[in-house]
Design a protein around this ligand. Structure first.
Ligand SMILES: [Fe+2]
Length: 285
């Protein structure tokens, strides 16, 4: 199932902060914020596209606002996925988020050591493993503010990537990793890297993406749910897979391999036959 995504990060772009946004991007399924953006900007995007916006905090935590009583609050209508794993019910896209940057001073709020970032990932791991069992993949898109170590980061203390995020990519192999924090002023440098099975995209200041969600069909029995959760609707199958297209950052050519497998899973409700459709995306520029 192709999913249209608008991703934003680090700077307000007038092409997005525009009354014509909905007319220019009428088919956006969801938006992603990779950090360091004013809450009002995220709220504007939600209003314009009338779709969910999932975000993580940047190291400046500009997303945090004050409500009428002066208490801190997140942008209205937006979903903070920092340290969480969520599944967008409408598209079936599985997202995980990690906020902040490495520690470099005492004045910015969202800074973490490698150990603290590793602990955040450890807390997300049970849900990621459950997704692997339930959906055949831990996640589709990792959303972070900082990049992984050595992959699109910089040498200075504030913009060095996290080794913990790189290890996350090694272990859970998301199809995409979107991040911000490293401002790409030199447009001759590509915003896209390929690392193993993951396409890493530096979102600054925005990227429009079309990605495909693997399709899982479950027959014979209702869908199993995580403990304590109601059964989730099964993602409809239309068998379509589309290449990733990137607006504002050149074009990425992808080769998509699709294969199917049939497995049986035992549950307390009997046996479910799961037909998984798995995509492997390799990219070249
Ligand atoms: Fe930042």
């Amino acid at each position: 199932m192709p999913v249209q995504i608008l991703a934003v990060s680090d700077a307000i772009d007038q092409r997005i902060h525009s009354s014509s946004l909905h007319d220019r991007m009428p088919d956006v399924d969801l938006a992603l914020g990779c950090g360091d953006l004013p809450g009002r900007y995220l709220e504007f995007i939600v209003d314009a596209i009338n779709r969910p916006l999932y975000y993580v905090l940047g190291n400046h935590a500009d997303e945090i606002q004050r409500d009428r009583d002066g208490r801190p609050c997140g942008p209205l209508g937006c979903i903070d996925i920092g340290g969480k794993v969520v599944r967008d019910q409408r598209t079936g896209l599985i997202l995980a988020g990690l906020p902040g940057s490495p520690k470099y001073n005492d004045s910015e709020p969202e800074q973490y050591s490698e150990r603290e970032m590793a602990i955040k990932i450890a807390k997300m791991t049970p849900r990621l493993l459950w997704n692997q069992h339930r959906y055949g993949r831990a996640l589709d898109v990792l959303v972070t503010h900082s990049p992984p170590r050595g992959l699109g980061d910089r040498d200075d203390e504030a913009h060095q990537g996290f080794q913990a995020i790189r290890s996350f990519l090694d272990r859970f192999k998301p199809a995409y990793h979107l991040h911000g924090h490293v401002h790409l002023y030199d447009r001759s440098k590509p915003p896209v890297l390929c690392y193993g099975e993951t396409t890493i995209v530096n979102v600054y200041p925005y990227q429009a993406l079309e990605i495909s969600v693997p399709v899982i069909e479950i027959s014979h029995r209702p869908a199993m749910s995580a403990p304590g959760r109601p059964p989730e609707p099964v993602t409809p199958s239309d068998g379509s897979f589309s290449p990733l297209r990137i607006e504002g950052g050149g074009r990425l050519t992808t080769q998509v391999a699709v294969f199917e497998s049939t497995t049986e899973m035992a549950s307390d409700r009997g046996r479910s036959v799961v037909r998984e459709r798995v995509t492997t995306v390799s990219a070249s520029r």
